[in-house]
Design a protein around this ligand. Structure first.
Ligand code: FE2
Length: 226
């Protein structure tokens, strides 16, 4: 499966000067945040593939104008062609804007998703806006990574973590791909990255797991309607 991952800056290459040849093999688009809603709407339309997204610290305009036709995966597990994605957007809290979290608030989000993560037997791709602490983050508070992301990677060992937030221009030690000590490949998707997911990453869930997921989805839907 081929993923087009985007973050932080709208590229003329994919917008004003878009050429369908550049995205012809893309199966899914993933946004790691800090992008105009119109850009995401444009991409899902012209590429003609689903677009899933988390929110960046500069995406407060999504509150009134969320990207139409795109799928928000904040705190959710989204399955596409057997691949399990989990979204944890936002950055460290440095003012009162929405989509900013303290370390404890981010930990709470993960704790709340624990049951879901158990039922799905983990995930394949973690999608965040901010990096994990010590893996491509910076020392200033707005660009400091979350320590709990490291714990998450150690615990669930997803194959990939996609993030944005730390721009190429911020430092000379900018690295697109690095490996976490858990084995997870971390990719900074600033601008855009094309990611080839090996076919053998997708594993069919057992019948029992599928039943547990159906039951969980049913009760979550009931809870949402009550
Ligand atoms: Fe950001």
């Amino acid at each position: 499966m081929k993923i087009l991952a985007v973050a932080d800056t709208e590229l003329p290459y994919l917008y004003e000067y878009y050429n369908p040849q550049r995205t012809k093999d893309v199966d899914l688009i993933v946004s790691c945040g800090d992008l105009k809603a119109k850009y995401l709407e444009f991409l899902t339309t012209v590429v003609n593939r689903p677009l899933i997204y988390v929110r960046g610290n500069h995406d407060s305009h999504y509150q009134t104008e969320p990207p139409e036709g795109c799928i928000c995966i904040e705190d959710k597990i989204f399955v596409y062609k057997g691949l399990r994605f989990f979204g944890l957007g936002g950055s460290r809290r440095y003012n009162n804007s929405p989509y900013m979290y303290t370390e404890r608030e981010m930990e709470r989000r993960i704790r709340r998703a624990r049951r879901r993560l158990e039922v799905y037997e983990g995930i394949d791709i973690l999608v965040t806006h901010a990096p994990a602490s010590g893996y491509g983050d910076l020392e200033d508070l707005p660009h400091r990574g979350f320590e709990c992301f490291n714990t998450f990677l150690d615990c669930y060992k997803p194959a990939y973590m996609l993030h944005g937030h730390v721009h190429k221009e911020y430092g000379s030690d900018f690295v697109v791909r690095r490996t976490h000590e858990s084995g997870t490949e971390i990719i900074n998707c600033y601008g855009c990255q094309i990611i080839d997911i090996p076919d053998d990453l997708v594993k069919e869930p057992s019948l029992q797991t599928r039943r547990r997921i159906r039951r969980l989805t049913f009760f979550e839907k009931l809870k949402g309607e009550s």
